[in-house]
Design a protein around this ligand. Structure first.
Ligand code: SIN
Length: 334
């Protein structure tokens, strides 16, 4: 019989990208700080306790504030994660990331990583040198969750403020609050040295995703246009002029489009540009054929995706097809 000592230790790989979790300030009471300052080793040194949970290796992919995240890094990250997870010596991956665009990176990986091994993103709302910094606890909890066999097959998750939230649902709701990350109900939470799950994700992700970026160097161009009272068609028309492949409208309410933009949207869709209706509302779906007759205008409804995640799915969808009905189907399934 195998003794506790002989049991293989869990192998976790950490990919660091920067963010507030790696940020430093002049003094612990400063609210002004600079993101992405600590390197991977210094970051891990803030939680030596993780060594009791798993063997940890890692690398620094970049050191940026996540406002500067882009498609080139996403493609690099997805390929690296797929390579690492294909190795028997890697049981799961922790990605340290700025919180500003964490939800987009998480969703991109959810659609492009093909493994049931867990991938978890963590960040922090307070810099590493702040009083009561939240980074170390998030890092520790992320590794607890990765080391827990119950975490397999749940898609990419974010672990923030003890919550485990799936990549499709997770959203940063508050600019500065510690409890900023929410979803339509969390998948679970971390308490002590265990992950507790309440539900499973029913949408397609990871192993069941048909999006493959292993040979792609560049993603199709998709822009977002924001809706507001009296809004102008200038940004929408500029994207069209620049030859963008798709445009997401962050419309009002149930993805409604202002009359100043509507004619440009109809023309773009009839010219083969994919126009997706989403909503600037924080929560709720943008429903197909609600107040807008999507079938008539060949618009796509983003369903449960907010504008920034609708953009991620549309970029990937456009690597496979330019057919609006097929793309609508992707928005139903992913
Ligand atoms: C960033 O997203 O890199 C800065 C903000 C944060 O990490 O909370």
């Amino acid at each position: 019989m195998e003794t506790e000592k002989q049991k293989k230790r869990v192998q976790i790989y950490v990919i660091a990208t920067g963010g507030t979790i790696a940020g430093t300030a002049e003094s612990s009471a400063d609210t002004a700080y600079c993101a992405g300052q600590l390197g991977l080793d210094a970051l891990l040194a803030t939680v030596p306790e993780v060594k009791q949970l798993a063997d940890i290796r890692g690398e620094q992919l970049c050191s940026i504030g996540s406002q500067d995240m882009d498609e080139t890094i996403w493609l690099q990250l997805a390929r690296r994660v797929n390579t690492l997870l294909a190795d028997d010596n890697c049981d799961g991956i922790l990605i340290t990331h700025g919180t500003d665009t964490m939800e987009e990176t998480a969703y991109f990986l959810n659609l492009t990583v093909h493994s049931d091994k867990p991938v978890i993103l963590v960040g922090a709302m307070r810099s590493s040198s702040a009083i009561s910094a939240d980074g170390p606890a998030n890092l520790y909890n992320g590794i607890v969750a990765l080391a827990d066999p119950e975490s397999r097959g749940r898609g990419v998750m974010c672990c923030m403020n003890t919550k485990l939230i799936d990549a499709k649902d997770v959203v940063k709701r508050h600019t500065t609050d510690l409890a900023t990350f929410e979803g339509d109900g969390c998948l679970g939470y971390v308490y002590g040295n265990r992950a507790f799950y309440n539900r499973r994700v029913t949408f397609m992700h990871t192993l069941y995703s048909e999006f493959d970026v292993s040979t792609i160097d560049r993603l199709p161009r998709v822009g977002i246009v924001y809706g507001y009272a009296g809004c102008s068609a200038i940004p929408f028309d500029a994207f069209v002029r620049e030859g963008y492949d798709g445009i997401i409208i962050a419309g009002v309410g149930d993805g409604n489009i202002h009359r100043n933009i509507f004619p440009s949207a109809v023309k773009a869709a009839s010219d083969g540009i994919i126009v997706v209706r989403s909503s600037r509302c924080c929560t709720g779906p943008t429903c197909l054929n609600g107040e807008v007759d999507d079938n008539r205008y060949h618009f796509v409804a983003s369903q449960n995706l907010n504008p920034q995640k609708a953009r991620v799915l549309l970029m990937l969808a456009l690597t496979k097809t330019h057919d609006w009905q097929q793309i609508q189907q992707f928005f139903m399934e992913y």
